[in-house]
Design a protein around this ligand. Structure first.
Ligand code: HAM
Length: 441
């Protein structure tokens, strides 16, 4: 009986694994360039960490279990609650601001759809202890750096920015009661996923009158901050939220990334803990689900039993980004696993293995035919391996070898050299290293 992999999970064959590692490396580079350090926590957490803090959507998607002692545990659906728990536990000892990044394997019981799986990898950037829009702008700039780092441009993707304080104030200004706001946000977050009629029904069921629903529709049709009409700017709360967004956009301009970003009143975010600016990265054609999602969550640390601290950050999954890069032809080919392939006319293990030891000792990834094939077969294996250098033994007595640089051959300039392996002479060793590109970046 063949057992299939669980729905929504993936097997990473070598080329998939190579892509995943390439992507994670690009994420790490962008994180480190901004001076962030990597952290991690457990994949299993107490169930209540999410049922209390992430909001109903995530709670519905949890994979959870009861362990042998009856504890309710969940596989992490996101990293932010773990981060808040970790910071709350050591708050006094951590120098501020806290600049942490993380790459975690996450699990969500989602309906299988393009770009959403049940197991995925998520990169997180979190900046804790920074008040004001500069923190949000710093996070967005790191997201844009990563987008550039994988070869995307503002013609491919856009950062859509909003502020929950603005939307909240506008919703209240429509006469919708404060306690209904979270429910209205949760419904608005589904806007891209459900037809307009279904949305209208959900809003009506949430108790919104038709004038309130029409008001909401008019607000959601805004294309820019400039569309905010004077009558909507009636309250000081709305004024303050617009000013905060203007400050955020001014910072983004100074980071040199204004062309990547635009205001979008429709961005709400599904998670319950956001308190201020919220943003998502979407592909410009609108083919895929969000690639990044983030925002400010100034109350989570306090809610977690720690001292209240301002915080902002984002998460980016590997699934949609992978699909987008594939579609744009930006997914890099896997690197060959070997730099050198050692061959010998008549296999002679002592000599072969001496050569292999020497080359591996220099840090070169080295393969050879483990099946003692004939020389023709060994050449085929060398080609299959993708190794740049063929190191051929046995044509002259050991330690002499003929080394062929196949990359140079592909460029039309066949490069070949006869050299002694493991030479005592420092000058000869240096020349050999130069030819094999050892130590070159
Ligand atoms: P989120 O919007 O739930 O935010 O997820 C962020 C990103 O993770 C999404 O934009 C998407 O790329 C990826 N993602 C989420 N669910 C799935 C899935 N089922 N399959 C594939 N990819 C997925 C958060 O998780 C917040 N904790 C982010 C954050 C960090 N906010 C502040 N700090």
């Amino acid at each position: 009986m063949k057992i299939q992999s669980a729905r929504g999970t993936r097997d990473f064959y070598p080329e998939d694994m190579a892509f995943r590692q390439w992507l994670v490396e690009r994420w790490r580079e962008a994180s480190r360039r901004a001076g962030f350090v990597e952290v991690d926590g457990p994949e299993l957490e107490s169930l209540e960490l999410y049922t209390d803090k992430s909001g109903p959507e995530i709670a519905e998607q949890l994979y959870w279990l009861e362990d042998k002692s009856g504890r309710k545990l969940a596989l992490r659906p996101e990293f932010t609650p773990t981060l808040a728990r970790m910071i709350a536990a050591r708050q006094a000892a951590l120098p501020e601001p806290i600049r942490w990044f993380n790459v975690s394997r996450c699990f969500r019981y989602e309906r299988a759809q393009k770009g959403r799986l049940r197991e995925f990898f998520q990169w997180n950037i979190d900046l804790v202890g920074v008040e004001g829009e500069i923190g949000d702008a710093e996070c967005i700039s790191i997201a844009v750096d990563a987008l550039k780092n994988v070869g995307l441009t503002p013609a491919d993707v856009q950062v859509k920015v909003n502020d929950r304080r603005l939307l909240g104030a506008l919703v209240r200004h429509l006469g919708i009661a404060e306690e209904r706001v979270p429910q209205v946000f949760a419904i608005l977050d589904k806007r891209a996923k459900v037809p307009p009629e279904a949305l209208a029904v959900m809003l009506a069921e949430a108790g919104l009158e038709s004038a309130q629903r029409e008001g909401l529709e008019r607000i959601l049709a805004w294309q820019g901050l400039g569309d905010i009409e004077a009558r909507e700017l009636a309250t000081s709360e709305i004024h303050a939220a617009v000013e905060a967004l203007n400050r955020l956009f001014a910072h983004l301009e100074h980071y040199g990334i204004a062309e990547w970003c635009r205001f979008d009143i429709g961005i709400v975010r599904g998670l319950a803990y956001y308190t201020g600016p919220v943003w998502e990265v979407h592909d410009l054609k609108g083919e895929f689900r969000a690639i990044f999602g983030g925002g400010r969550y100034d109350r989570l640390l306090g809610d977690m039993g720690g001292k209240a601290m301002p915080a902002c950050g984002f998460g980016c999954g590997d699934v949609v980004l992978g699909l987008l890069l594939e579609e744009r032809g930006l997914r890099p080919a896997a690197e060959p696993a070997a730099d050198c392939f050692v061959l010998r006319e008549k296999p002679d293990w002592p000599e072969m293995l001496k050569a292999v030891r020497f080359l591996r000792g220099m840090g070169l990834r080295t393969q050879f035919d483990l099946k003692e094939g004939r020389l023709k077969r060994q050449h085929e294996k060398a080609l299959e391996s993708g190794a740049r250098f063929k190191v051929i033994l046995g044509e002259a007595p050991w330690p002499r070898a003929r080394i062929i640089d196949s990359r140079a051959a592909a460029d039309g300039a066949m490069k070949e050299r006869v050299a002694d392996l493991a030479p005592d002479d420092p000058e000869a060793l240096k020349n050999l290293k130069v030819f094999l590109g050892v130590g070159a970046s």
